[in-house]
Design a protein around this ligand. Sequence first.
Ligand code: ATP
Length: 305
Amino acid sequence: MDQPVIQTLQLDHQFGKHKVLQQVSLNMPKGSIYGFLGPNGAGKTTTIRLLLGLLKPTQGEVLLFNESLSTHRIPMLQKIGSLIEMPSLYLHLTGRENLRNACILRNIPYAKIDEVLALVRLTKDANRKVKEYSLGMKQRLGLAIALLPDPSLLILDEPTNGLDPNGIIEMRELLKQLNRERGISIFISSHLLSEMEKVATHIGIIHHGRMMFQGTLQELQSLKVNGAYLQVDCSDQERAVQIFTRESGLVMLNGSGFKLPYQSKEHVAQLIQTLVREKIDVYQVQVNGNDLENLFLYLTEKQAS
Ligand SMILES: Nc1ncnc2c1ncn2[C@@H]1O[C@H](COP(=O)(O)OP(=O)(O)OP(=O)(O)O)[C@@H](O)[C@H]1O
């Protein structure tokens, strides 16, 4: 698991004078599902294009399977399946015919077609025209094409973008299955923290072209707890702040209540019991700071301190 499948060494990229990536050092262990997370415009697609050799870095290096992409591009790309945003499909052809075309282009035997159709659960719809497919089915067909060469690494750019909740669940389950049963390492970009938490084993966070965090999902989650705070709305905010300031100096008046660092659900229960005992009515208790935006704020503050 510790052997890297993707490594970038201080990657910089600029379009003209616009610096889009700065010193991006990615490290994706073999066998992992690496969630590459960042808001729109953070530099995710640019990074993916560099990983696939579709762009050349201004500085730095990409290593795939421990070898330099600049010297081993062709054999490496044969081991990689990719899906960048919407797959380009022939809508007037059937799913099976699209796969046949892809086989011809990549010199892959037709025998693989039934296998990949079954993997992405499109066997029953294989002979329907793609124009009749839902977006989720089109994405799965794109994934089937990416799986044709039996890749050991999949690189997927926002594969759940635009899908309905069912489509998102199907894609998520499918990726986990491919990772678990076939041992395929999966690099997946997304702007949704909650989605990546459901699928990824490792996370890299990019913001304004810089890596802000890289580690296991557990490491990210412990950071999130550190960054999260509890917002409590109640009938007597001033007295509540006095009570809890005795326990922890980090309590602040906020809106119609107060806020303090989130510790644990047991601590939340104790806090509510204390308020009730003190005859202060509790209107609302909310854990904030667990979303991507707050996480960025937290990480930025942490880097500056
Ligand atoms: N070909 C290009 N020429 C000039 N600027 C570009 C080009 N492609 C991307 N950019 C700029 O680079 C920055 C990063 O874009 P990128 O597409 O990598 O972000 P992203 O994280 O994938 O976001 P999104 O989810 O919106 O695609 C953006 O400011 C974008 O405008």
